[in-house]
Write a protein that binds this ligand. Structure first.
Ligand code: ATP
Length: 507
């Protein structure tokens, strides 16, 4: 099955089993806006909790806040978003489709990268066990040629974007003979800048309304509150402020399901450090964040680092953690050394001092900031796409199973009476009443036990607990493990411990 097919199946599975719905579907949907259904909302909540625990609960020097989506409009002038939060867009005159000019070039680069991978695969086959990937990549003339070509193209792209030389970006697209994927034509408009912020009006028109913005990132709510938190929490540098919340971007190319949405959620943490110590903390947070991803049990080869060549206006170092989505490696999380850019800008625009007095150094300064910024929806997609598996079972049967890490699974345990009679439902309800205060459980008595197991596999429930006639005699139940399908007989009284052990947050 091609990756495209897998992705399509994943999207329809997510809909069929109540994870993700298109927003306003009854009105034919709203482009790049999605709703989370009953199990999706649980999975999302569990991801948030996993992140929050690892950031806030496990770090004494990090606290969490919840800032408003609306902020004073000058915030976005100071942060640079009014002037610089733009994407270069280009239209194809024949298909009338709009693209991000930089993404067109990046897709072209990804194709060259695909060619390199093909060479590597071919050589690996040829050389067998003695194949050394690193050596091959650094010496094979064809691969070196591809790499040089990629470097020349990306240097030119980032150079032109940096200088805002949009006509050169167009020239590059023409020179590379990039065609519109829909019309196949190379009939392009000029490239122009497009600001991604959504705006609205605050106050009624008669009182004189003000244009305000829906925040395009959660970070500014942290910066604007940094002294409030530092003073009221008596925080000492280095310290962090974490936040989970909605962000809005009027994305030009909004596709790939929940990967790129116009309304999405971010989990961000700003870590305030002494000037000059930011690179130490940048490295520290890179390591910590990768550890967090790997702690979910998703294999390391699904992740890779990508260092930014073109740094944002606020950063002196930046990299992404990319994930191998069904459509290839793409950004999942950004780690940025933001210097004192934001706090200094807010100091300037607000006229208020945002300095910190460091009692150990006996001096005041504007702290530097290292940020970790991860998309909640992209994490959801990463977890879901890795979890989705179609398995062939002994005897020719098939099952679709979501091998979601148990700690994140929407439903932790399904309580299933073998039959809907003979007192089994009553006993199962008793177990449900005991467990539901600890874990999110699901009670079901309809259909054969096999069908019920399949339904739980399809939503990723790690444990099915079956109540049968023996249960009434000896207070034991069968517990079935989702991934192995193995069943064991256990005491009802040990269920909380068995399940609890498997869903511990362990970092
Ligand atoms: P991209 O290059 O993919 O547009 P970005 O570099 O603009 O992303 P950041 O500004 O660094 O993204 O935002 C931090 C994180 O927020 C990203 O790593 C991503 O996980 C998430 N994110 C950003 N834009 C979107 C979006 N439109 N939909 C869903 N998640 C997003």
């Amino acid at each position: 099955m091609s990756n495209d097919d897998v992705f399509k199946k994943l999207i329809s599975h997510a809909k069929e089993y109540g994870f993700v719905f298109q927003s306003s579907e009854i009105y034919d949907g709203l482009s790049a806006v999605y709703d989370y259904g009953q199990f999706g909302a649980e999975l999302k909540k569990n991801i948030k909790e996993y992140w929050w625990k690892s950031m806030v609960q496990f770090h004494e020097n990090i606290v969490g806040i919840d800032a408003a989506i609306f902020m004073h409009p000058t915030t976005w002038k100071a942060s640079g978003h009014v002037d610089a939060f733009n994407d270069p867009l280009i239209d194809n005159k024949d298909s009338k489709k709009r693209y991000r000019a930089d993404v067109l070039v990046e897709d072209y680069l990804a194709k060259i990268e695909g060619k390199i991978e093909k060479e590597v695969k071919k050589a690996a086959k040829r050389f067998g066990d003695s194949f050394d990937r690193e050596q091959f990549i650094s010496t094979n003339p064809r691969v070196l040629g591809y790499k040089e070509k990629m470097e020349t193209i990306s240097k030119r792209l980032f150079g032109s974007l940096e200088k805002n030389d949009l006509s050169d970006v167009k020239a590059l697209i023409e020179e590379l003979e990039i065609a519109c994927p829909i019309s196949g034509s190379k009939n392009w408009t000029d490239v122009r800048q497009f600001n991604l912020m959504f705006s609205t009006q605050m106050g009624s028109l008669s009182e004189g309304s003000n244009q305000i913005f829906l925040r395009p990132e959660t970070a500014q709510g942290i910066f604007a509150n940094y002294l409030n938190v530092q003073k009221t929490g008596r925080m000492k540098v280095p310290f962090g402020i974490a936040q989970i919340g909605k962000a809005f971007r009027n994305e030009i190319v909004a596709r790939q399901f929940i990967f790129r949405m116009r309304e999405f959620e971010q989990m961000e943490m700003q870590f305030f450090v002494r000037p000059g110590e930011e690179m130490k903390w940048y490295d520290y947070w890179k390591e910590q964040r990768m550890k967090w991803h790997l702690s979910l049990g998703i294999p390391a080869e699904k992740y890779r680092w990508h260092d930014h060549e073109k740094l944002a206006h606020y950063a002196n170092a930046a990299c992404d953690i990319e994930f191998d989505f069904p459509f290839g490696f793409k950004e999942l999380e950004g780690i940025h050394s933001r210097t004192d850019f934001d706090l200094s800008a807010h100091q300037k625009f607000s006229g208020k001092k945002l300095q910190y007095f460091d009692p150990e150094l006996n001096e005041s300064y504007v702290p530097y900031v290292v940020e970790t910024s991860i998309g909640l929806d992209r994490t959801f997609l990463a977890v879901l796409s890795h979890a989705y598996n179609e398995e062939k079972l002994e005897g020719g049967a098939e099952r679709v199973v979501l091998n979601i890490p148990p700690v994140l699974a929407p439903v932790k345990a399904a309580i299933l009476p073998l039959l809907a009679k003979d007192g089994l439902p009553e006993k199962a309800r008793e177990i449900m009443d005991e467990l539901k205060y600890q874990f999110y459980c699901y009670y079901e008595e309809k259909d054969s036990i096999g069908k019920r197991y399949r339904r739980q596999d399809a939503i990723g429930t790690p444990f099915c607990i079956t109540v049968d006639h023996d249960t009434l005699k000896d207070n034991t139940v069968t517990i079935r493990h989702r991934d192995t399908m193995k069943q064991e007989r256990v005491q009802i009284s040990s269920l909380i411990e068995i399940i609890g052990e498997k869903i511990k947050v362990s970092l």
